[in-house]
Structures are given as C-alpha cells and as structure tokens.
Ligand binder design. Structure first.
Ligand code: SF4
Length: 737
C-alpha cells in the first residue's frame, strides 16, 4: 500500500469515524491514556494535596488539612537535624505513603486509627514501630482521612459549611445572650424595688447566705417596704419584656445542643433537595421574624429607648416584609447537597428559581458526566442547562457566589469556598468528581484533574459582592496557562532511533475524552510505520483555517500500559466538541480580561492608525532620499538571495518568488539558524543569509520569517509543490513576501 492510500484510511476515519482497512487499530480501552498522564501511574508515590484530614470539630482556623502538610509539620517538630533526623524522616514518609496506599485500596478511618494500622504494616522492626507510634502521638490533627473520591465534595462542603455556621452561631448566641441578660437585669431590678422584692425572703436571697445571720430581714422588710411601689414595671412593659425573653430563650435557630429537648429540638439546616430546603425556609420564616422582632424590642428596652406611642404600632405590623438583609444574615444558611445522580430529580427542578430568589442557601451540585454525546437532543437535564454550563448560567443571573471546580482542586480552593459559604446571599458550588461510567484505570483524582486541565471543566469563581466589575468579581483560579488555549507540558520521549526528543504537548478536551472508555470509538491508533506529515497534533490542527484543516489529520500522543508511545487520531465529531469546548473557554478568558475582544478591537484600530502614520512618514523619507541621492542605491550589497553567497549579493530585492533575506539589516539574533542551520548561515559580518535553500522545507522558511524579530526573511514561493500544508503556509507567508 502506498503512503497516499494509507493516509486516505486516516482521512476516512477522521471524516466518518469508521475504521476501514487494517492500517488503523481500535484503542486499547482502559489502558491507553494521554501521554501527559504517563508520569502519574502511581499516585501513592506523590506528595500532593490528597488525602485530606477532616477533623470532627469545626473549631480552629482550618477545617481541612492535607495529609502531606500534617506530616510535614510533624517532621518539622520532631525530626532533629542530622543523620538521626533523616532516618526518622525516611520512616515517617514511608508510613505516609503506606497511608495513601491503604486509602487507595478502600481503607477508612481517622488519622490516629489509620496511623496505628500503617505502623503495623511498615514497622516490622520493633524499634522503628516504637518510634512511629511515638511520632503518631505528636500529631496535632485528627479526624477522618479522605481521599479524592466521589464522596469527597459532599464531605468537604458540609464540613466547610459547619465551620462557617459555628462562627455565625457563636456571634449570634453572644448577641442573644447579651440581650437576654439585659432584659433579665431590667426585670430583676424592677423586682428588687417592688413590694414582692422587699419581702424578708426576697431580701435574704438578695443578700446571700454568707451574711444571713447578721441581718433581721423581717425588720428590714418593714423599713424598706413603706415607700416601695407595687411593681416598678408597668404591665405592658413587663409583658413585652417577658415575651421577648421567652422568644429569645426558645429560639430554635442556634441552640445549645445541651439545652435542646426532644420536644423542642433545634432546626436542622442541611438538606439533600432544593424543594425540602425551600419548604423549610418558608415554614420557618414566621418564627425567624418573631426572633428578629424580639431582638429589636430587647435592644430598645435595654437602651431605655422604647416609646410605646411610636414603637407599638410599628411592632404590631411587624412581619417578614420588615426583615432586612442584615437581619437575615444573622441566621444559619441552608445547605443543600444534591446527591450525585439526583440533578434531574423533580425535587431539584427549582434550583435556578431558588438561587435567583436570593434565599440564603448554599447548594452543592455534583457533576458526574461532562460529555454530552448521550444526551444530545434529549435536553432532560433538570436545571435546564448542561452540567458544564450550570455555573456560567448561574453567574449570568448575578447576585450570588458561584464556584466551578473539580474535586482535585477543592483543597487548593478551600479559602474561596469558605468565602462563598460565608456570603450573605445564595451560593452555588458546581463540582466535578469524576464519572463512574468512564471507569478506566485512572484514579478519580486524575480524572477530575484532567477535566480541569483540558478546559472541559475549568475552575473559576464569581463573587457578586467582590466589587464593581468583572475584574474584581471573577477569577479563573487555579487553571494552568490561563492566557493560552490549552494547558501545556514539556514532554520527553525516545524516538525509534532511541534519541531523546523533547516537545511541548498541549492537554486538550480530546485528551480528556480519551480517558473515558465510552468514547473509544472516536479514536484510532496509527501504527508507527504509518505516521506521516499529514498528521498534526490536535492543538495545532485547531489553529488551521477550515480548508487546510480538511487535508490534515488531528492526533493525540498517548501511552499504553508499558509506556510505549502511540499516535491516536481523532474523528471529526469529537474535534467539533473540542472546538466548542475551546469557544466556552474563550468566553471565560474574556470574563477574566484575557484576550478581551473589545480591548483587542480597539488595539487593532489604534495599531492600524499608527501603521498608516508610520508608512506615510516612511514614504515621505524615501521620496526625499531618492530625490537627494539617486545613485546611492548602487553603493553596497543589501540583500542575500537563496543560494547566493554573501559578498556577491545583488543590490536590488529579488522577485518575490525567490526566498531572500535583507542581510544588511540582520541584528544576528540567531533564531533562523535555530530552525535550520544548514539553510541559514552568517556571513563574515555575522549577518544571516540563505546558504542552501534546498537544505530545508518551505515550512521552515515560513517559520523563520515568523520568528525573525525584524521581519527581514522573505520566504518567496514554495519550490516543492507536493510539500504538505502548502495552502496554509502560503497564507502565513503572505505578510513576508
Ligand atoms: S532571524 Fe532574522 S534577525 Fe535573526 S539571525 Fe535570522 S535573519 Fe537575522
């Protein structure tokens, strides 16, 4: 089979998704993975954010701790400098790795429990085991140890929410307790001055048992009671104070668990559906209004500022319409953790209404599938938007906090999460924790990280209270290379001649899909002997104009279980999705002020005006020079033409069909020789000329023209009409002809 026919197979697959002939192989489902993930075969060897330790108590500034950070702090405290310390460090780090291994194989428990089990697994030497047990006793943190698995988002968000509510509870209880104290003092003082308060028994209780025998309380009572009023507090005031005290003491929003009874339990605020949270909020609103009213009355009474003529009519009509945002902010926020897979349940259909109504609710929506093929046209996603766009849609509603992230990023974004949970209004956390249906050999952490890296599910936050404009409200958070289309990595491999090759590899949406075995049919493996110049990495293929793109085949670098490198070509349908993913990413970039289309248009306009001005000035200068010295142009060689050694250079610029360099203007940056040092060389003045036009391709000429800092390389017309991608190259060469 000739090369053209082989390439034809690839084109057919790309266009139709059908593998014809024996030149293309199906991908090895479950073992083939994007080349960029080759270095992450064994996560237990890596010290990264996970697992995390989640303490039961929400006290303290931190609600979650990375295991690596906990162990790092432990070693900083107990491992001395020198050999002894190194030995200890080695044993403890070995134990940390064992903990990761245990969790990866399904172990659960608190850090202290797992530490004890891990000591038994690694500490065969009794002395080492003793040291490790001792080290475990010095741990400053304990709590459940949780890996980055599908259960993590709900655990993590719930704990963070409890952390915030604990702070709010302390502030609220301090306020209410102080009001209760002040009202009680008013009542007590009034009682002490009343006739009842001056009875012998009441006086004895006031003085206390320590001095009881010193006084005759019967006589004292007769003396003080003569002028005592019957009751210092007018009945209406007394009733008002008694009512406020009763409401505040029994308020069920933040209760001391010890004071709660089965008959009067405190309210719960964590729910698993939007409908249940909205119902609870509505039912409790009258009670909440009553508590706010009691607090307002208590404050007025405590300040002695309650004026019945003014305040009675106001409080008689006091209802939920009188509540302010400040009032509502005092009370607990509702937490809704929608279970994975329940996004399309009817009880969650009102999510968007609930958020846009501004209810104080924090919602976790867990995304389990970002790929849309199965649901195209069905449109049955309950929130009315596809999973990957839920957060951007909510952001469009405004007035709330929105976070989109993967579970791989939750620990890194914990401060942001606390901010969202602390905000006054609604907050949405749209979290992707891997798709159970994808079921390849990748651990959930890597699947989640791949979703972010590939721009399939970029991390971002939007905080409506963050300022006046997008620059202060929106953040692209932890995405790598936020300025570029794709995140990229340096990638090294050995070619067929066992030579080391290094190149930059972009991690694209198509790479992410490659991790999901359900979409294996969109890929085909090309055997090494059929690799050809018509194949182009996906990221480069996407940059081609439409016509040239139809003549090239996009491919991904992938590795198998033995780390052998493969080229995997991608069908047109998936490339369409990849392009769409890029479009969505560009929109997010614009929100973050990256490649802002308005700014770029303005810049282009200004640049064009500046270029026109410059051209005008240059033309004027040239005209003046030509008039002054018509023969000066014969004076010195100025250019080198392809194949013409310097020194014998022609004076005039050659026809544009021929490649040439304006040698006299070359500032010797060396870029062209980096591309091909046989084609380009320096003359004795260390200025570049084209030494051998046949030593390279037209593509290299065009690339050199593009990198040349002073734009003095003119690629002319291609010499080889069969060179691949000529149409695209001619377009790129146009500005330099
Ligand atoms: S790239 Fe341009 S400036 Fe740099 S050495 Fe080559 S010709 Fe000269």
């Amino acid at each position: 089979m000739d090369m053209a026919a082989k390439f034809q197979d690839q084109l057919v697959f790309h266009m139709t998704g059908k593998r014809a002939g024996d030149g293309l192989a199906a991908i090895d489902v479950g073992t083939l993975r994007p080349a960029a993930l080759a270095g992450f075969r064994d996560l237990t060897r890596l010290r990264y954010d996970y697992p995390v330790v989640l303490p039961e108590s929400a006290a303290g500034p931190q609600f979650a701790h990375s295991l690596s950070a906990v162990v790092g702090a432990l070693l900083a405290e107990i491992a001395p400098r020198g050999l002894e310390g190194e030995r200890l460090r080695k044993h403890v780090l070995r134990l940390e790795r064992e903990l990761r291994t245990m969790l990866a194989s399904g172990a659960t428990g608190t850090l202290s429990e797992l530490w004890a089990s891990a000591v038994q697994r690694v500490g065969t030497d009794p002395t080492v085991a003793k040291v490790l047990v001792q080290a475990g006793k010095s741990l400053k943190v304990d709590g459940d140890v949780v890996d980055c698995d599908p259960q993590l988002p709900a655990q993590f968000v719930t704990l963070a929410w409890r952390h915030v509510q604990a702070r709010k509870s302390a502030e609220f209880r301090a306020l209410v307790d102080s009001l209760v104290r002040k009202l009680s003092d008013i009542r007590r003082a009034a009682f002490a001055r009343s006739a009842a308060g001056q009875e012998p028994a009441a006086l004895a209780a006031t003085i206390g048992a320590g001095h009881a025998e010193v006084f005759d309380f019967a006589i004292m009572s007769k003396l003080v009671i003569r002028n005592a009023p019957k009751d210092e507090l007018p009945p209406t005031r007394r009733r008002r104070i008694e009512w406020a005290l009763d409401v505040l003491r029994k308020q069920p929003f933040y209760r001391d668990p010890a004071a709660s009874t089965a008959a009067n339990p405190p309210f719960q605020f964590a729910f698993d559906s939007c409908a249940a949270a909205v119902d609870a909020y509505r039912q409790r609103l009258p009670r909440l209004t009553q508590v706010v009213k009691a607090m307002s009355i208590a404050e007025l009474e405590a300040d002695g500022a309650y004026a019945e003529a003014d305040h009675d009519p106001f409080f008689e009509r006091y209802d939920e319409n009188a509540l302010t945002a400040d009032d509502l902010a005092l009370f607990p926020d509702y937490l809704v953790c929608i279970p994975a897979g329940a996004n399309d349940a009817p009880e969650n259909a009102g999510l968007m209404d609930m958020l846009s109504a501004g209810l104080p609710v924090k919602v976790l929506v867990q995304q389990t599938d970002l790929l849309e093929e199965a649901s195209i046209g069905t449109g049955h996603f309950a929130f009315g938007v596809r999973s990957a766009r839920l957060a951007t849609t909510a952001m469009g509603l405004g007035g709330m906090f929105v976070m989109q992230a993967t579970s791989a990023d939750l620990y890194a974004l914990r401060e942001r999460m606390l901010r969202g949970l602390s905000c006054r209004g609604p907050a949405l956390f749209s979290i992707f924790a891997g798709s159970p249906a994808a079921a390849g050999d990748l651990p959930p952490y890597l699947t989640a990280a791949a979703a972010k890296e590939s721009r399939a599910f970029p991390a971002f936050t939007y905080d409506a209270t963050g300022g006046e404009n997008w620059a202060t409200r929106f953040s692209l958070e932890t995405n790598r290379n936020p300025d570029t289309d794709w995140a990229f990595d340096a990638f090294e491999y050995a070619d067929e001649a066992q030579q080391r090759v290094q190149e930059e590899v972009a991690f694209t949406y198509a790479d992410f899909v490659l991790c999901d075995q359900r979409y294996a049919a969109h890929f085909a493996v090309v055997p090494r002997e059929r690799w050809n110049e018509g194949m182009l990495p996906v990221a480069q293929w996407l940059r081609l104009p439409e016509r040239p793109a139809t003549e090239r085949i996009p491919f991904l670098w992938a590795v198998d279980a033995n780390d052998r490198l493969h080229r995997v070509i991608v069908d047109a349908r998936l490339m369409q999705s990849t392009r769409r993913c890029l479009l969505l990413w560009h929109r997010l970039q614009e929100h973050a002020g990256i490649h802002d289309s308005h700014a770029e248009r303005l810049l282009a306009r200004e640049k064009a005006a500046w270029e026109a001005e410059k051209q005008k000035a240059l033309d004027a200068l040239r005209g003046a020079a030509a008039a002054a010295a018509p023969a000066a142009a014969d004076a010195a060689p100025a250019v080198s033409v392809a194949g013409t050694p310097e020194g014998a250079a022609p004076v005039e610029a050659p026809p544009s069909d021929e490649a040439w360099i304006e040698t006299a203007r070359c500032p010797s940056c060396n870029e062209c020789q980096t591309i091909n040092d046989k084609m380009f060389a320096y003359n004795e003045n260390k200025q570049a000329y084209i030494k051998d036009i046949n030593a390279g391709t037209y593509r290299q000429l065009v690339e050199a023209a593009e990198v040349c800092q002073v734009a003095i390389i003119h690629p002319g017309k291609p010499r080889n009409p069969n060179e691949p991608g000529l149409e695209e190259l001619l377009q790129r060469a146009q500005p330099f002809l």
